[in-house]
Ligand binder design. Structure first.
Ligand code: NIG
Ligand code: FE
Length: 444
């Protein structure tokens, strides 16, 4: 990655503290204004033709048409969107982006027909990545994760959730968090952290899942609570997540972990119904989790429960795609029930090594029958809500963080329609302009 001198990109001069920047002449400005979109309201783009936005420092200060804002802000520095789409940056609300090594050999086994959970039960899968992660230094973990984050950013993700979960022992889980905090500091995109010590039963507890569950509850979570206060006192507490699934944590163990986490003040997430329906969604709704994620085998009763709750249904279409499976989240039924649907990459070394929300949108349109507008809302304002950040990101509204994309296309429906190449041209992150065409740079 090359940091380029900002002289190569003149609008950057407008980003000096206190000055304004007028981004104008978009073909379509997608504001996504109005908050998270529930049920059939999904896909409300708030489209302004020939739209413009004014940014001051890190924030959006005006939204309107080019004519209106040119009149109100004459003589301010400008960035010409050149007849392209201007929209909020993607928010990716479910990633396992930090890990050591890879699992290319397992990919071959899976494509030859060996089931994912069988590989895990034999000590491979997540446990293979755990071995490679435990032996990696923090410097190695940071060096291996950095390019993934930059690929995410270049594909338009301006905020990503990032889970631990490949340590499964207190010291390594905390090392992963420490690395994520360092990556958050150095990277242009923002990270929102999740503790997933309950990602699999640690190898030391093989055959004793209850023993490992007790360790998570009685040792890891209390230590994490204290550690966070010392290492990240200015950040809100991380989410706590659990893999509620056959061969991982059963419903009672998941309840024990999430209840303990809640009693310590942590906000909650859950992996549910990826391979089997064992009740994780209802548990998430009952405990008011921010999101329930995966949702492939979700029952009608659980869909109805999601429809009445504020727990976001996070769908990860790259995961069945990555595993070459045919069943995807029943998104239309979740929408019809009134649920809040979001999309994410699930970026991880086992089921979905993909950093691009654009590809997620392409899959969601084809296999979950979302319209491009629905998939865009599920990847911006609703995914911001899934990490409880919809008050500051996910839409283009006055007062929000200036996190936006200029795509290289004139019509938002190119998202979904096209895939496999990057349609992002410029990224505006906290008011700083990055050009995908020529690398990236930042000031300060
Ligand atoms: O979300 N399901 C659990 N975790 C990941 C896979 C992790 C791995 O295989 O390394 C997922 O699909
Ligand atoms: Fe996951």
């Amino acid at each position: 990655m090359v940091k380029l001198p900002h002289q190569l990109f003149s609008p950057l001069y407008s980003l000096l503290s206190g000055s304004y920047m007028l981004i104008h002449s978009s073909s379509q400005l997608l504001t996504l204004a109005g908050g998270p979109q529930r049920g059939r309201a999904l896909g409300t783009l708030g489209l302004i033709e020939d739209g413009a936005v004014v940014v001051r420092d890190e924030k959006i200060v005006a939204v309107g048409t080019t004519a209106e804002l040119k009149a109100s802000y004459p003589g301010e520095p400008t960035l010409d969107a050149g007849g392209c789409v201007l929209m909020p940056g993607f928010v990716d609300p479910h990633t396992h982006v930090i890990w050591g090594g890879d699992r290319a050999s397992e990919f071959e086994m899976k494509m030859a027909g060996k089931p994912y959970l069988e590989i895990l039960a034999e000590g491979g899968g997540i446990l293979s990545t755990v071995r490679q992660t435990r032996t990696a230094s923090i410097e190695t973990l940071i060096a291996q994760t950095r390019p993934r984050l930059l690929r995410m950013f270049r594909h338009g993700t301006t905020t990503a959730e990032a889970k631990t979960g490949y340590g499964l022992q207190t010291a390594t889980e905390l090392r992963l968090l420490k690395a994520l905090l360092a990556l958050d500091d150095e990277s242009p995109l923002d990270l929102v952290m999740t503790f997933l010590g309950a990602h699999a039963i640690a190898p030391e507890y093989k055959g004793n899942p209850q023993g490992y569950t007790d360790l998570v509850c009685e040792t890891m979570l209390p230590i994490l609570r204290e550690w966070w206060g010392t290492h990240a006192p200015r950040l809100s507490l991380p989410f706590v997540d659990v893999f509620c699934e056959d061969k991982a944590f059963n419903l009672e163990q998941s309840r024990q972990i999430l209840t303990k986490a809640r009693s310590l003040g942590f906000p909650l997430k859950i992996h549910a119904d990826e391979f089997a329906n064992i009740g994780g969604v209802s548990l998430a709704v009952e405990l008011e989790a921010a999101s329930a994620d995966h949702l492939v085998k979700t029952s009608d009763a659980d869909i109805a429960a999601l429809g009445k709750s504020d727990t976001v249904a996070v769908s990860l279409p790259c995961t069945p795609f990555g595993l070459a499976e045919c069943e995807y989240t029943p998104a239309r039924r979740i929408i019809d029930a009134g649920g809040i649907l979001a999309l994410a990459t699930d970026c991880n070394p086992g089921t979905s090594w993909n950093e691009s929300m654009q590809f997620v949108i392409a899959l969601a349109c084809r296999f979950m029958k979302l319209t491009p507008a629905e998939a865009i809302a599920a990847s911006t304002i609703n995914s911001a809500h899934a990490i409880r950040r919809a008050d500051t990101i996910g839409s283009i509204e006055i007062g929000k963080q200036a996190d936006m994309l200029i795509l290289s296309v004139p019509d938002y429906r190119h998202l979904g329609y096209r895939y496999g190449t990057n349609l992002v041209k410029h990224i505006i992150k906290r008011g700083q302009v990055y050009s995908v065409d020529v690398g990236y740079y930042r000031t300060a």
